[in-house]
Design a protein around this ligand. Structure first.
Ligand code: MD6
Ligand code: FE
Length: 215
């Protein structure tokens, strides 16, 4: 079921069925063996995140004392990130219709009381591309507001297999995960929730996006 929950925010409830969730999780976990979850830290305070993270794709999003940025290598192993699972590339094309593939798949692992504070996804240059997010495992309470930190917001429950996109007027909306509900899914070994967030970081080559003679 496709719902537009706010201008530019599209939610596909149950977009990925259980069997496909299991297949996707296998694709994720085999890449996590090569690119293990690690715990990022906040740029100013140095405080550890409550979520653990890794990435797939040519660019991974990282946070440490030097700030937020995209980089081609895992900060602990220094190896290039694994490729983005083909199932996710197909989902990106089918749902966003964007003219170029995502370059980053950020993987967030929530266990127990892990949460994610209100934030904007704004470290990308290509903000014309939507951000696409897939939920696997335990349910999570997701809060979404507008493009300022204050002002009205709504809270929605995200379940395993749900897919949400932020684009257009919502591309810079503040959002976060208030809490997960441990034990509400049997999908993730050891329990918890995995979120996969797909992003285009750099604008596609001008020739692809705006191919005009002489332009
Ligand atoms: C999460 N999601 O669901 C965190 N960002 O665990 C995000 O931060 C997010 O769901 C941009 C667009 C959609 C998202
Ligand atoms: Fe985000």
């Amino acid at each position: 079921m496709k719902l537009e929950i706010a201008p530019g925010v599209v939610l596909w409830r149950g977009r990925i069925g259980r069997t496909a969730q299991e297949a996707l999780l296998r694709e994720v976990l085999c890449r996590v063996e090569r690119a293990p979850f690690y715990r990022p830290t906040m740029p100013k305070s140095g405080a550890p995140f409550s979520v653990e993270e890794t990435n797939f794709g040519s660019l991974g999003w990282v946070s440490d004392s030097n700030g937020y940025r995209y980089q081609p290598n895992h900060p602990v192993t220094r190896a290039p990130w694994p490729d983005i699972p083909p199932m996710l590339l197909a989902l990106w094309t089918a749902t966003t219709g964007y003219c170029a593939p995502p370059e980053c798949c950020l993987v967030n692992l929530y266990r127990g009381t892990a949460r994610m504070g209100l934030h904007q996804d704004r470290d990308e240059v290509a903000t014309d591309a939507p951000v696409l997010s897939v939920s696997l495992g335990d349910e999570a309470q997701f809060r979404i507001g507008g493009s300022t930190r204050k002002g009205p917001s709504q809270s929605i429950m995200l379940s395993s297999g749900d897919v949400i996109a932020f684009g257009g007027p919502a591309r810079l909306a503040f959002h976060g995960i208030e809490r997960i509900r441990p034990g509400t899914s049997t999908l993730v070994p050891g329990g918890g929730r995995i979120n996969l967030t797909l992003r285009r970081v750099r604008p596609p080559a001008a020739s692809k996006k705006d191919a005009r003679p002489g332009g």
